[in-house]
Ligand binder design. Structure first.
Ligand code: NDP
Length: 307
């Protein structure tokens, strides 16, 4: 039986692995479908402390991984298919391959996935003007026009944030009303740099090798138009990657894992959680890494008290 299993290889999982392996827990980390996590899909990361000249997202995560392996973390490039938790453990996981592992403690760090419209052009132009994170990528669009898609609080927040850099922000929403809070919607409506297009959907992103514009369809009269832009920000919300834990650990109504107080403790003894799977508010590499550190320290102390 392992001391500690870590599920997920983004900033939270790998930071937990660095701390746990330095504490001699010899953790086994299951990397999941996207080794290195969401950051591997961004281009330059300019807001991770310690890299004043920015660092490529993929390279940053490879460094996290090397640091975890240096202290003895074992990493499996597999996905977890199901889990079987028991209060105080042991906790069992089954991989997609059918292989099973048991551990005394376990950290869930499976992250969240941004929602996309599902257009082929979103995939093709990913990191070439297509983004789901204004905080990460907004500064690359200084004095350039950008579009934001969505009508929730994230869309309002992203649109307002982007006004600091972009020459113009066009917010495109499929209905005639925002889902966002009144205060956020009002801030957007009052901002002279934001243009709002309602009752409309983007049906294609234009450009071969980089974003050059969007094709917009008016959902009321069916009319199509084209809009020039350099950046396309999907702000359609995020979905936590917690499907396999449903029924095993307490979650809120949106599927985010509920933590106890200011800790990384979940509703199951010996199961901890960190990063975007348990945080819909901050969603930053540095906050996820901080949560991973907390989870490893909580797990280490819990193991010491319960072994
Ligand atoms: P939401 O689910 O609230 O909003 C998603 C938006 O995307 C909706 O306007 C929705 O349209 C639109 N959308 C979804 N799918 C599609 C699609 N296929 N095509 C077109 N449009 C689509 O997600 P958020 O991330 O905005 O917010 C999640 C939670 O986090 C909320 O509770 C929010 O209040 C909270 N939050 C709070 C913040 C704050 O307080 N500062 C900041 C950010 C989030 P439609 O409205 O038509 O369904």
């Amino acid at each position: 039986m392992k001391n500690l299993l870590i599920i997920g290889s983004g900033a939270a999982g790998l930071t937990a692995a660095v701390y746990a392996s330095r504490a001699n827990l010899a953790p086994l980390l299951i990397a999941g479908k996207l080794p290195g996590g969401l950051l591997t899909q961004t281009s330059d990361v300019e807001n991770y402390p310690g890299f004043p000249e920015a660092i490529n997202g993929f390279e940053l995560m490879m460094r996290f991984q090397q640091q975890a392996q240096r202290f003895g973390t074992e990493i499996l490039n597999e996905s977890v298919a199901s889990v079987n938790f028991t209060n105080k453990g042991p906790h069992e996981i089954t991989l997609g391959s059918g292989e099973k592992f048991e551990a005394k403690a376990l950290i869930i760090a499976t992250g969240a996935s941004p929602r996309w419209l599902g257009l082929e052009s979103e995939k093709r132009l990913m990191t070439k003007g297509v983004s789901a994170c204004a905080t990460c990528d907004g500064a690359f669009y200084r004095n350039m026009p950008v579009v934001v898609i969505g009508g929730g609080d994230t869309a309002m927040e992203e649109a307002l944030f982007l006004t600091r850099f972009a020459s113009e922000v066009t917010l495109i929403h499929r209905r005639d009303q925002f889902r966002a809070s009144k205060i956020m919607s009002e801030r957007v409506m009052k901002n002279p740099k934001v243009k709002v297009i309602l009752n409309s959907a983007v049906d294609e992103i234009l450009g071969e090798n980089e974003v050059e514009g969007v094709s917009v369809k008016n959902l009321v009269n069916g009319e199509k138009s084209e809009l020039k832009c350099k950046g396309y920000f999907a702000a359609l919300g995020h979905s936590p990657n917690t499907e396999i834990f449903k029924g095993s650990v307490d979650m809120n109504e949106n599927g985010y894992i509920v933590l106890k107080g200011n800790s990384s403790y979940t509703s199951v003894e010996g199961v901890f959680a960190a990063g975007d799977c348990a945080d819909h508010v901050y969603r930053q590499a540095v906050t996820a890494a901080g949560m991973g550190c907390k989870a490893a320290i909580d797990a280490e102390r819990w193991l010491e008290a319960n072994s």
